[in-house]
Design a protein around this ligand. Structure first.
Ligand code: G3H
Ligand code: 13P
Ligand code: ZN
Length: 330
């Protein structure tokens, strides 16, 4: 058993309390490899932002769990070396079983999500409470979910959105003992969050998605005042990145995300953790495609992963400063 405390990590409790009071959200950035980790830590140190390093079960398989433990410890040391010891959480994203959550806790995670949102309500309560009971023995934070986001993750997928029912949140939080709650208010995973039919199209062909359901968010906040709420599927799918990808051989069609002003509004409320993965994937892909098109003879991975890392870092800094509001909160 490796405790996250030995690695220099923190759980999310104090970070969330401060974020709810301060009207900002902690960035939860997904990572799978070294360059993504370097970009996240570099951006968060430069902006003095706390950070949640997020690992999906697919990412854990991809990166190897032993390496991940050491990478997280390395991230703590790297931040200090860069000049500012920001608080770092290592979080399991979309854990789908008790066993996976337990295994992550045993390998140094300081926070886990148990995503029982695809189960019937009672089963979700039971599974989440089981994870909370185990995690809290080790002072590990737990995120639960109510409501289903449309889109695809490695382990779970849904064609349609099922909005969170505000009348369930109080009972769920009380029965499970979770530390934070992910809700569904119209965000979804991936780079195609809405079909063109769900959007309005401007004269220059830009898709305008339907607004988030702030009424549901407000109703949830009323029922669990001050309780940390989490937003998944919060990439904004910047049009300029999609354009770079498509003009350099990519084929992303009708990609559309959540406008950043809506995320800023959510961050100023009880939403204290905002999950961003797809935007990072787009930034990296755009940078790599550009290098390959502009310099087809290049075959040193540092020559394309280096620019990708730089593009990622800039994207994360922008999110922290202009969208989440977490700069200078570390
Ligand atoms: O919500 C899902 C995250 O974007 C992780 O995606 O399961 O493909 O690693 P992944
Ligand atoms: P995006 O696909 O919108 O980046 O969402 C990521 C996410 O919710 C990870 O859990
Ligand atoms: Zn998610």
């Amino acid at each position: 058993m490796i405790s996250y405390k030995e690695l220099g990590l923190v759980n999310s409790k104090e970070l969330f309390q401060k974020a709810v009071k301060g009207g900002y959200a902690i960035p939860a950035f997904n990572f799978n490899n070294l360059e993504q980790l370097q970009a996240i830590i570099g951006a968060c140190v430069e902006t003095k932002s706390p950070v949640i390093l997020q690992v999906s079960s697919g990412a854990r398989k991809y990166a190897n769990q032993t390496l991940l433990t050491h990478l997280a410890k390395g991230a703590v040391e790297y931040a200090k070396e860069l000049g500012y010891a920001i608080p770092i959480v290592l979080h399991l994203d979309h854990g789908d079983t008790f066993e996976l959550c337990k295994s992550c806790i045993e390998s140094g995670f300081s926070s886990v999500m148990i995503d029982g949102s695809h189960h019937p309500y009672e089963k979700n309560v039971e599974l989440t409470a089981q994870v909370v009971k185990y995690a809290h023995k080790y002072d590990v934070s737990v995120e639960g979910e109510l409501g289903v986001l449309a889109g695809i993750e490695d382990e779970v997928s849904s064609e349609v959105t099922h909005y969170t029912k505000p009348e369930e949140v109080e009972d769920f939080v009380k029965k499970t003992g979770v530390d934070s709650l992910a809700i569904s208010i119209g965000t979804s995973h991936g780079a195609n969050k809405f079909t063109p039919a769900q959007c309005k199209r401007t004269d220059d062909g830009i898709l305008i998605p339907p607004p988030l359901r702030f009424d549901i968010l407000e109703e949830c906040e009323k029922r669990i005042p001050g309780f940390p709420i989490v937003l998944h599927g919060a990439s904004s799918v910047p049009a300029e990145l999609v354009k770079i990808i498509n003009s350099n051989g990519g084929k992303l069609k009708d990609a559309v995300g959540i406008p950043e002003d809506q995320l800023r509004r959510a961050a100023a409320s009880a939403v204290c953790k905002i999950n961003i993965d797809s935007d990072g994937r787009l930034a990296m892909t755009a940078a790599v495609r550009k290098v390959f098109v502009e310099n087809p003879a290049e075959f040193d991975p540092r020559k394309y992963l280096g620019p990708a890392r730089e593009a990622l870092k800039e994207l994360y800094k922008h999110k922290i400063i202009n969208v989440l509001g977490s700069a200078n909160k570390a």
